[in-house]
Ligand binder design. Sequence first.
Ligand code: GTP
Length: 516
Amino acid sequence: FSVENTRNFSIIAHVDHGKSTLADRLLELTGAIDKTKNNKQVLDKLQVERERGITVKAQTASLFYDYEGKQYLLNLIDTPGHVDFSYEVSRSLSACQGVLLVVDANEGIQAQTVANFFLAFEAQLSVIPVINKIDLKNADPESVEKQIEKVFDIPSDECIKISAKLGTNVESVLQAVIKRIPPPKVHRKNPLRALVFDSTFDQYRGVIANVALFDGVVSKGDKIVSAHTQKTYEVNEVGVLNPNEQPTHKLLGFLGLLHMEVFNQRLEQEYNASVILTTPTVPYKAVLSSAKLIKEYREKEITIINPAQFPDKSKVTEYLEPIVLGTIITPDEYIGKIMMLCQARRAVQKNMMYIDQNRIMLKYLFPLNEIVVDFYDSLKSLSSGYASFDYEDAGYQTAELVKMDILLNGNIVEELVTVVHKDKAYSAGKAICERLKDSLPRQLFEIAIQAALGSKIIARETVKAYRKNVLAKCYGGDITRKMKLLKRQAEGKKKLRKVGNVEVPKDAFVKVLKTQ
Ligand code: GTP
């Protein structure tokens, strides 16, 4: 395929604004999937995605479309829609020259619409606004056009109004992709340079990498080198993508609770793996204080991913924490509560503007660790579900941080080691101990739950001893029933994690983290 007839694009949207439905329509129109079969949402194909109705993992499809006598190859790179997955969105966008920005004609611009728009804008991509769900009774596409002009500075006549559900006007979306998005710039004569934006492993075929080609060509039999690892690989097969060739088996670190739960579920479903979850953590940095330490670590500024390796204050001149620029869009009646929530999360307000008669867009700088666990859930619940939220990277800032350990009968629970802001250590420690107390079953001995900063204990709870005798129910009777009960108890034990002599059910970790 000639480069001039190729387009690489993504669809970005707020959750539920209709990205997957539009993708399906585009696949149908170009014959990539069969309309007559019930192929609903081919791109959302992982089992968990189907169960939860959200897109988690970017999938890619190649569409062939004839327009004005020429055949075009349109590579559609799907992106996840939920706020917890913004990392995958940026990755997918780096392989594109343009995006379809889908906005619900009823709900209008939401936080993720804004965040996704700016990701695309900063990557200098062409943005085609698509107003979806015009078939809805309460649809107000004209007002959404005005919002788009006000917030993104895109002339309202550039908006394409469609119903992805009914297929109305979807063809003009494909035409706009060809007309408004430039072809990729590939210099075929130069040496190969490609970006791997996704990869999977196939037991029979090996590593399958989805790449965006920047320079050169790649063919079967070529030897290629990874710029990152310097390892050499042989190319066994080259192809464009088809939606049914995409099993996805990869794991990127957790960005939020939903992310964590979804991947836990995926690992259990797809690999039958038993998973122990740890506190979602953000990458902190520390500036080392002495020449000796700098020599030891070979760097002045170190990044700490694992809280267990957080260096002591005596080794450090300052700690740095990642911050993000958050966008919140909300009906104005919730503004007071939302501002209080943001303040409690150490956020600094940057901007505030009305985007229509009664909805406000707020911009705040947040420490990432303040939003990574449950900010989104709190925001949703205090706004009755109406406020939306998304965020993008905004670098690092200095912060007074401390490492907090959680101990069970004196033994550190590795999964629960966290780094917290100094001012929040007491309340966070107390809350974790209380929740752990509620989720730990009584055992044969007393359990002391403690939160500690170094050797200093800052909170304590106790779980009283209790003797659990499953056989008591059998009254010495039926032996097979006894065996069954013992077997069930043994199976239950597999779902336990031992910390010292204390048995912790695995779901206790999720419970402790969830309401933090
Ligand atoms: P995520 O995968 O979670 O990011 O959501 P999404 O943006 O892909 O949304 P999806 O395509 O799953 O659509 C969300 C809901 O809106 C579904 O119930 C769709 O049937 C519905 N929907 C999508 N497009 C239209 C439309 O044009 N009109 C109407 N009435 N409903 C639509």
